[in-house]
Design a protein around this ligand. Sequence first.
Ligand code: SAM
Length: 185
Amino acid sequence: MEKDRIKWNKRYIEKNHSSTPSDIAKNFYKLAPKGRSLDIAAGNGRNSLFLAQKGFMVDAVDISDLGLKNLEGVHPGTNRICADLDLFNIPENRYSLIINIKFLSRRLFPQILKGLVPGGVLIFATYMEKTGGNKSSMRRDYILMPNELLREFLSLNIIYYNVSSAPEKGDHVALTSLVAINNQI
Ligand SMILES: C[S@@+](CC[C@H](N)C(=O)[O-])C[C@H]1O[C@@H](n2cnc3c(N)ncnc32)[C@H](O)[C@@H]1O
């Protein structure tokens, strides 16, 4: 949505965002066979760049052209795709690794499953309502329900699942993380 682009461009102008890759990317990328990777809502490309440096060809998708600008001319393994993920469709059977950090689009869940090649790895971490109900001030569109991530990707071989605190989002929100492998042939 255009309003997302404006909102996030403003954030990327006003504040420096970390360029350090996520721990979960660093800890689990090795499980994925080398090939194409998709970074969903890549932001400033911190994880895209990391994965490109590790040998993946990375499609970095985000609505913020200013976020993606950080990747300009930085590494030949990154492919910047400025697109609205409310409309973007993930190609089927394409990616060895799909990473989704601090972004939620439920519409993409089935597409993520189909987008992984056999043996492909999903690394997903985002915010979750801690105790059910709507106690957090975050809109339900932006926040997972307890166990939702686990349920959505149960058809994959889940090798890591964790819920940790997210003090930056207040008492009712946690960070939930999942790593899973597509073992289906
Ligand atoms: C919290 S940031 C996370 C960025 C990155 N995954 C990271 O961990 O550094 C959320 C990102 O989602 C992007 N975003 C929000 N709405 C979007 C949409 N409709 N389509 C594509 N990207 C969107 C924003 O531009 C922003 O870069």
